[in-house]
Ligand binder design. Structure first.
Ligand code: HEM
Length: 413
């Protein structure tokens, strides 16, 4: 391969992600030569690519100077894509203080460490059921049969969405996250796929809201349907967007951490043996999986005033793109960043972001992943790839669509 050069590396073409996965060599070069780098290429709108841990933290902690915006992430200019400045939804990720905090407060308490504990038993049961279903066979698509099931079931249960509709939630969230992937978008344009998913989501949630306003229960759907922001019910577009955000965010990312985590163990059998010998390592292992896999690739911010960042003049209106997987391998923060070490401590990864928009679902995701990897470690006797993994066409979320595996699994204890 020819040597990489800063001014020609590509870190946002979604086809590269399909073909090769994350561009870690490119990010390493960028961190070394310019952790804040003016990215100008013929097929993209210019932006500052931020690949260092320190500048990402600095930006994320100043939401007034670096605001969130409708355009959530950067990608190449593509035919059939919607206007990136008109977001498909209006939700927490593109809101700013003080509005942002007021909206976050509507459901916050259900996602605190204590709030998510009420889900523990269900999480254990859903995981056990998914693994039981693997018994009696030797091969499966780990994504569809295991990774996708747990987060989908958990968020659907929290909302109180009936089982018969879970497949619809799965299909629509795939369309929203991977609209340019032919498996999810079919022959529709990106814009058509997003609009159809939004319309179907909104129709579904409107009926759910109506029902929960009449018959409130103790679930997330009722909390949102009857919630207030600054003393008034949520406006309809923001309300619908909130439902969609939680379904999508709760689904895609945890799924990819599970798949990517198991893949990391297949590639690092010594670490797998270590977890199997001592399943109490699960919490640290999960954080190492989050650092290693970093399911969310990037989020944007926009400078609200002229400022300086790591020696560069940033102008008001400039876009900055924060690459989390790169920060999580930053040599100035992590010892041996290229080593997958499930005992790593401390592990100041920022796979969940940091600051104002720190992932609302982080406690839930950690709990799901800990239960999942503990059970996998206890029950999987052997595990190996049975075919190539297939990645989603996206430079926003590092999705794995399919991962065929061959295994031997123990019956439940
Ligand atoms: C491994 C799993 C997950 C990862 C890696 C992840 C990652 C992230 C990241 C990077 C952000 C943005 C941070 C920023 O802009 O500073 C975020 C925000 C968010 N996440 Fe997650 N997430 C995960 C799971 C979940 C789950 C399970 C849910 C909900 C059920 C969820 C809901 C949200 C929401 C609502 C936001 C927006 C928060 C805000 O803007 O205030 N996430 N997540």
């Amino acid at each position: 391969m020819p040597a990489l050069k800063l001014d020609s590396v590509d870190v946002i073409d979604p086809d590269l992600y399909v073909a090769r996965g994350y561009p870690h060599a490119e990010w390493a070069l960028m961190r070394r030569e310019a952790p804040v780098y003016r990215y100008e290429r013929p097929n993209v709108d210019p932006f500052w690519a931020v690949t260092g841990h320190a500048p990402i933290v600095e930006i994320s902690r100043q939401p007034a100077l670096f605001k969130s915006l409708q355009r959530l992430f950067m990608t190449i200019n593509q035919e059939g894509a919607p206007d990136p400045n008109q977001g498909v939804l209006r939700q927490l990720l593109n809101m700013n203080p003080p509005e942002h905090g007021a909206y976050r407060g509507v459901v916050n308490r259900r996602f605190t460490p204590r709030g998510v504990q009420v889900m523990r038993q269900q999480i254990e049961a859903i995981t056990t059921e998914a693994l039981d279903a693997l018994a009696g066979r030797e091969e499966c698509d780990f994504v569809l049969e295991v990774s996708a099931k747990l987060p989908l079931a958990v968020i659907a249960e929290m909302f109180g969405i009936p089982r018969a509709d879970w497949d619809t939630m799965f299909r629509l969230s795939n369309m929203m996250i991977g609209p340019s992937d032919p498996e999810y978008g079919g022959d529709k344009t990106i814009k058509e796929t997003l609009e159809q998913a939004r319309m179907e989501f909104f129709q579904y949630f409107s009926a759910l809201v109506e029902e929960r306003r009449k018959n409130p229960r103790d679930d997330l759907a009722s909390a949102l349907a009857n919630g207030h922001v600054n003393g008034a019910p949520l406006p309809i577009f923001e309300l619908m967007s909130y439902f969609a955000l939680l379904i999508i965010a709760g689904n895609e990312t945890t799924r990819n951490a599970t798949t990517g985590g198991l893949f990391a163990f297949i590639e690092h059998p010594d670490q797998w043996r270590r977890l199997k010998a001592d399943p109490s390592l699960a919490p640290r292992a999960v954080d190492e999986i989050l650092r290693w896999i970093s399911p969310v690739i990037q989020f944007n911010r926009e400078a609200t005033a002229d400022t300086e960042l790591h020696g560069h003049k940033i102008r008001a209106g400039d876009l900055l793109t924060l690459f989390y997987p790169s920060a999580n391998r930053d040599e100035t923060v992590f010892d041996r960043p290229g080593e997958f070490d499930i005992g790593r401590n401390p592990n100041p990864h920022i796979a969940f972001g940091i600051g104002e928009h720190f992932c609302l679902g982080a406690n839930l995701a950690r709990l799901e992943l800990q239960v999942m990897f503990r059970q996998l470690a206890q029950r999987l006797e052997t595990i190996e790839l049975a075919g190539p993994i297939q990645r989603m066409r996206s430079s926003f979320v590092g999705g794995i669509k399919h991962m065929p595996v061959r295994y031997r699994i123990r019956p439940r204890a």
